[in-house]
Design a protein around this ligand. Sequence first.
Ligand code: NAD
Ligand code: DAU
Length: 352
Amino acid sequence: MENKVILITGGAGFIGSHVVRRFVNRYSNYKIVNLDKLTYAGNLENLKDVEDKTNYIFEKGDITDLEFINQLFEKYQFYGVIHLAAESHVDRSISNPLEFVLTNVVGTVNLLNAAKTIWKGNFENKIFYHVSTDEVYGELGDDGKFLETTPYDPNSPYSASKASSDHFVRAYHHTFKLPVKISNCSNNYGSHHFPEKLIPLMINNILQNKALPVYGKGENVRDWLFVEDHARAIDVIFHQGKVGETYNIGGNNEWKNIDLVKFLCQLMDKKLNRQEGDSEKLISYVTDRAGHDFRYAIDASKLTNNLGWEPSVTFEQGLEKTVDWYLANQDWLEHVTSGAYKNYYQNMYSNR
Ligand code: NAD
Ligand code: DAU
């Protein structure tokens, strides 16, 4: 695989920046084109360490802009696509569902069409890899895990838009034989995570001695995976996964929100030399998220058994690395929380 040009969409975001970094550093024989609109969630500061590499190119653009996307495919003649660009926050999807339809559904179909057009039916060795979420499967009760065969049952506008995009990807494979791969991953955590999501929001608020807003009773359960393990899974599936297949990716690491927040408080107290119990006093139970899915849990045994992938760090190790990164990069936090973030926070949390 020499000198192949790969398009990574959403590479300036949280997971995308880890995928770009991994591919740029590991595969000097690839040219990595990062296409990102730089919404509030996209930040080129996330990629400072690779921006000068000769196998990396940044293109600012919008996946909903059909003409731009077609021109980009024409210009670079991509060999592969790894599609991560999306609106990704469930709470924002409740406030503004249409934005999610445009980016997640229309944007994905634009990319599928551009790949189909440029590859002109010559699909040998081509790959269109769509990165998706476990939320498409809906919610679980106390038992069971999501399998690749679990029927889709999305509950939020975000998960409905991701489910729709997954269906389009599969339809392009079935109808046009486009060589697609899909993965559905559980909750990620790690460095460069925008502080609208649970873990970075709590880290930021603990640092600032601000209330820690736990939705409902804090009993909802999520399955947390270190973001670098997700990036490695994407690498493995991109290179070794079977065309037309779906792979679930998860951390085998379920936490009730309230237990996770308390665990994080204890860790931060130690790191900040605070009295044990100081940060926990900031916990504040607030109005629940509308339609809040109770539990997600992934069965990733297909990926482990077929491609040999497994998480590489425990939650304790991954969370400590994450907290250390935020403590060492408080200027990053300040940059992303100045300006528009203040209005977002006020609107999302003042009436809870
Ligand atoms: P993110 O919100 O941090 O980043 C999204 C990126 O997409 C940003 O850089 C943004 O600028 C870009 N983008 C948004 N709209 C765009 C548009 N119209 N055109 C071009 N670029 C645009 O998201 P993330 O958490 O890194 O998630 C990345 C992908 O992984 C998403 O598809 C998401 O559904 C999926 N996913 C996320 C998680 C998670 O826990 N964060 C878990 C499973 C799957
Ligand atoms: O499961 C994968 C999904 O995980 C991804 O597809 C999404 O892009 C990603 O945002 C994430 O969705 P969640 O809704 O699970 O993540 P979030 O961090 O928003 O919330 C995690 C849990 O914490 C959830 O039960 C809601 C709760 N929560 C969240 C916030 C932001 C709180 O209790 N308080 C908060 O302030």
